[in-house]
Ligand binder design. Structure first.
Ligand code: UDP
Length: 333
């Protein structure tokens, strides 16, 4: 996207902009000359990740406060990433997920409608909406059959956004992320969940702090080495997909759905081997039971985003770079 193409799009509301992905999206917007206006409640976001534009501190679960906070704010597009994201926790506490991920999204949409802001809208969805499809590569037309409350909550949020898009005629892109990993190549921001449950950061944390237990959840899956297979996407490439989506919506109102993945899967054991190579260290781990809600294989058919969205990922096929950037960030933080 060139500067001159951004004429009508200046300010972008980044809801959940203090989080891991939202902060990368904010940085990517700023580098294109756009102004990210971050909306966050800091439940899981970080104040020092809000570096590229103003902040509105509010919880999307509180509709009236959200309406008051957004009244009078000038913005030309919305990127909505505010969500709880832990599969395991969603199994333990589904209400928390429906309240925030579905209820919070409904509040945001209804506030936008009340304020008459039928602006382009990009939503952070997930491969978890597909459940466990019996195909090698999952395309956007695969049936939606989530197998955990997290995936279910995102599927319901998608359907609310589609209905809003049709009702108010707002352009919409639903981006279904596969496994996001890595860190800003300039090392300004990175992955820092608390508690951290994701594979690559947990593995790297166990190398930096040997008291951190690193477990492999399940070695009896129907995969070549028995461990789960995922499609790991560099967070910087994912951030660029949001920019591509905003640009696309100028001429293609939608609603549209795009997978964001590289169409290539790696098993947990392959990730361990790659990390050992990048970090030059052996990765000790303990074998553990399968984690509730984990499908065996999730790999994108990511061809639609490449073909239609004009997404040009820089790190496809570069698992070493994904791990190296994450490693650099973890070491410096
Ligand atoms: N995983 C693991 N040990 C960990 C964290 C994750 O074996 O400490 C496995 C997990 O069971 C899944 C894969 O790694 O098969 C990716 O999990 P992650 O939580 O990173 O992402 P998810 O696929 O759940 O979104």
């Amino acid at each position: 996207m060139k500067e001159s193409q951004n004429n009508q799009m200046r300010n972008v509301l980044v809801v959940g902009g203090a989080g891991y992905i939202g902060s990368h999206v904010s940085k990517a917007l700023a580098l294109k000359g756009l102004k990210p206006i971050v909306v966050d409640n800091f439940y899981s976001g970080h104040r020092d990740f809000v570096k590229w534009g103003p902040l509105i501190e509010v919880d999307i679960k509180e509709r009236e406060k959200l309406a008051a906070a957004l009244r009078g704010v000038e913005f030309d597009a919305v990127i909505h990433l505010a969500a709880h994201i832990e599969v395991g926790e969603s199994v333990q506490n589904p209400e928390k997920y429906f309240l925030n991920n579905v209820g919070g999204t409904e509040n945001l949409l209804s506030v936008l409608e009340e304020l008459g802001r039928n602006v382009p809208f990009v939503f952070s969805s997930t491969a978890a909406v597909y459940g466990q499809p019996e195909v090698d590569l999952i395309s956007e037309s695969a049936p939606l059959k989530p197998i955990n409350p997290y995936g279910e909550s995102k599927m319901q949020a998608e359907s609310r956004i589609r209905a809003w898009s049709e009702r108010v005629r707002a352009p919409v892109c639903l981006l279904r992320y596969f496994n996001v990993a890595g860190a800003d190549p300039e090392c300004e921001i990175g992955e820092a969940h608390d508690p951290e449950t994701h594979l690559i950061p947990r593995l790297l944390m166990s190398l930096l702090k040997p008291s951190t237990d690193f477990k492999v959840f399940g070695e009896d899956y129907p995969t070549p080495d028995g461990t789960c297979i995922r499609d790991y996407v560099h967070v910087w490439d994912l951030a660029q997909a949001h920019l591509a989506a905003l640009h696309y919506l100028k001429t293609h109102p939608g609603p549209h759905v795009f997978n964001v993945g590289y169409s290539k899967g790696f098993s947990v054991k392959e990730i361990i081997q790659a990390a050992e190579k990048v970090c030059g260290l052996r990765v000790p781990y303990t074998k553990a039971e399968r984690r509730a809600g984990d499908p065996a294989i999730l790999v994108a058919d990511g061809s639609r985003a490449l073909r239609e969205l004009g997404w040009h990922p820089e790190f496809a096929g570069r698992l070493d770079q994904i791990i190296a950037h994450a490693w650099a960030w973890h070491k410096s933080n």
